[in-house]
Design a protein around this ligand. Structure first.
Ligand code: UTP
Length: 301
């Protein structure tokens, strides 16, 4: 086992995936965006792989109305496996079995999508009073960056909350949770977070560092969520619950992530993600050639 994976041993994760995915309508009317393929693997598999690379082998998936098909992806399919075995298609057989071997998958249902904080609150009994990771279901990061492992290590060292932060152009901040920060000594990418605000107007944002969908949280978050009133969009916001803990003196740290975050929650980010991943795949040479030619043709058009 890699050193990165050792850090997550015994740590559990929750993946809230019960949102309504309005930015992707009408595609998400009947199909969960978590099952949209990124080339040949659904988004959700990329996320569970990211957790597994950090050593996390216990994932609680929060599902909701019309979203239960997500869970099937992590089941074995004996009929399909038998057919592929008969055909001697070893490569596809391994690909079909792989999702079921990544992690133990548990599920629960959010009765209504009342917000990310509300979705996370369903994890309380599953976490047994231990710190845990939250991975949002519509974005992922290449495990080679070891972001989640570094977050787990930082949480074990500092306690409290650990966030992943990303620098964005100032005009983009109003779509996200935003952190106010102080530099932490001895590191160029670890910061102390001094304030948190959900979707502030650009001219009131405390910085241009947004919260991306990876968190390591202490169990005290569950009490804070219970005390949190609906905020932005009339939803129970996780950012507001974390801000409560911050006000109570719980330490909050952030790692400023400088790699590529794949945001598959809306059409443009989803398309970008497919191209970015295809660019790195040996078997996608024909697609790369086509894309290069297509771009040239558009320039001349
Ligand atoms: P988003 O804010 O991206 O919402 O949620 P959404 O419903 O997925 O998409 P839009 O904004 O309507 O297009 C971030 C994550 O939190 C989950 C979502 O499934 C997503 O993974 N979530 C959000 C819940 O599980 N429950 C909620 O009530 C809200």
């Amino acid at each position: 086992m890699s050193a990165a994976a050792e850090l997550g041993q015994g740590v559990k994760a929750v993946i809230p995936a019960a949102g309504m995915a309005t930015r992707f309508l009408p595609a998400t009317k009947a199909v969960p965006k978590e099952l949209f393929p990124v080339i040949d693997k659904p988004v959700l598999q990329h996320i569970v792989e990211e957790a597994a690379a950090a050593g996390i082998g216990d994932v609680l998936l929060v599902t909701g109305r019309g979203k239960t098909s997500m869970v099937d992806h992590f089941d074995r399919r004996p009929d399909l496996e038998q057919r592929l075995t008969e055909r001697g298609d070893k490569e596809r057989l391994e690909a079909v079995i792989a999702p079921s071997e990544l992690s133990e998958i548990y599920t629960c249902r959010q009765s209504e999508p009342l917000g990310l904080g509300h979705a996370v609150s369903y994890a309380e009994t599953h976490m047994h009073g231990e710190p845990f990771a939250v991975l949002l279901a519509d974005e992922f990061i290449d495990p080679k960056h070891e972001l989640l492992s570094r977050m787990l290590e930082l949480q074990q060292r500092t306690g409290g909350i650990v966030l992943a932060l990303l620098e964005v152009p100032p005009e983009a901040v109003s779509r996200y949770g935003v952190a106010a920060i102080e530099a932490a000594p001895d590191s160029d990418d670890v910061v102390r977070v001094t304030g948190l605000v959900e979707k502030p107007p650009a001219d009131e944002a405390p910085s241009n560092l947004i919260l991306i969908g990876r968190y390591v949280l202490p169990p005290a978050i569950f009490g804070a969520i219970k005390e949190t009133e609906p905020g932005r969009g009339d939803e129970i916001q996780l950012t507001d619950a974390m801000a409560r803990l911050l006000d109570k003196g719980v330490p909050v740290h952030g790692i400023v992530f400088r790699g590529t975050r794949h945001d598959t929650g809306e059409p443009a980010g989803y398309l970008r993600t497919i191209v970015e991943l295809a660019w790195d795949r040996d078997d996608m040479g024909q697609f790369r050639d086509w894309l290069a030619t297509f771009m040239e043709e558009q320039k001349d058009a």
